[in-house]
Design a protein around this ligand. Structure first.
Ligand code: G4P
Length: 200
C-alpha cells in the first residue's frame, strides 16, 4: 500500500490515516469513524480546512455549502480558514426550517434510501459563489443534489471538495467530465477486502 508520491501535508496524511485507521467494510464501504465521521481528529481537521483554503484562495468564494451530518466538521474547518459562512443542507422534514426552501431528492446508494434535501432560500443568493464540501464522494448523488440547489438559487459553483473520493464508484469522474471542478483530498482507486490503492 502506497501513498501518493511527492505529496506532503494533509493530503499525504489523509492517505496515511485511511491506511492506518480506516476499516474496510463489505459493499465497498470504508469506515473512518476514528478521525472523520464520528470521532473528529481536530488538529487534522484544522489542517484539512487550511488546505481547502489554499486550494480556493483565488476563487472569490462567498460561502461554503455542505450536507448534514458528516460534511459539517470539514465545511466548518474550511469556513474558519477562509473566514466564510457555512450553510448545511438538511435532510427530510425539520421543525427549524420553515418558509421557502430549495429542495432536491437525493438517493443514497450506500444506505439505499432517498432524502429530501433542503436549504432555506434566504441562505443562498444569485451573487454567491459557492464551494461545496462533503466527507465522501461515491456515486456523486449528494454533490449532484447540492449543485442542483446552488443552481436553483441562480448562484455559481466554484468547485467541490471531498475528503475521500471512492474513484471506483465513478461519481467524481462523471462530475469532472461535466466540467465541474472536483478536488478530493484522497482518491481511492481500488478497494478489496484487505487492500486500498490510491489514484496516483
Ligand atoms: P454519493 O452521495 O456520493 O452518491 O454517495 P452514497 O449515496 O453512496 O452515500 C451516501 C452516504 O454514505 C453519505 O452519507 C456518504 O457520505 C456516505 N458514504 C458513502 N460511501 C461511504 C464510505 O465508504 N464510508 C463512509 N463512512 N461513508 C460513506 P450520508 O447519508 O449523507 O450520511 P452522513 O454520514 O453524512 O450523515
Amino acid at each position: 500500500m502506497q501513498t501518493r508520491k511527492g505529496w506532503s501535508g494533509p493530503l499525504k496524511k489523509m492517505e496515511e490515516k485511511i491506511l492506518k485507521e480506516g476499516k474496510i467494510l463489505p459493499g465497498g464501504v470504508l469506515k473512518v469513524g476514528n478521525f472523520l465521521n464520528q470521532q473528529i481528529d481536530t488538529p487534522f481537521m484544522k489542517e484539512i480546512g487550511e488546505e481547502i483554503a489554499k486550494m480556493y484562495k483565488d476563487d472569490e468564494v462567498t460561502k461554503i455549502l455542505t450536507i448534514e451530518a458528516s460534511g459539517i466538521p470539514i465545511a466548518v474547518s474550511a469556513g474558519f480558514a477562509m473566514n466564510l459562512p457555512v450553510v448545511y443542507a438538511k435532510k427530510n422534514k425539520s421543525s427549524n426550517i420553515s418558509g421557502d426552501v430549495y429542495s432536491v431528492m437525493v438517493h443514497s446508494f450506500t444506505h439505499g434510501n432517498n432524502n429530501n434535501v433542503m436549504v432555506g432560500k434566504e441562505y443562498i443568493s444569485p451573487d454567491d459563489k459557492i464551494l461545496i464540501v462533503d466527507d465522501f464522494l461515491a456515486h456523486g448523488s449528494a454533490l449532484y443534489g447540492l449543485i442542483d440547489i446552488v443552481e436553483q438559487a441562480g448562484a455559481k459553483v466554484a468547485g467541490c471538495v471531498a475528503a475521500v473520493e471512492k474513484g471506483f464508484q465513478l461519481g467524481g469522474d462523471k462530475l469532472r467530465k461535466e466540467g465541474y471542478r472536483i478536488d478530493s483530498l484522497a482518491i481511492i482507486e481500488e478497494m478489496t477486502d484487505s487492500e486500498i490503492r490510491f489514484r496516483k
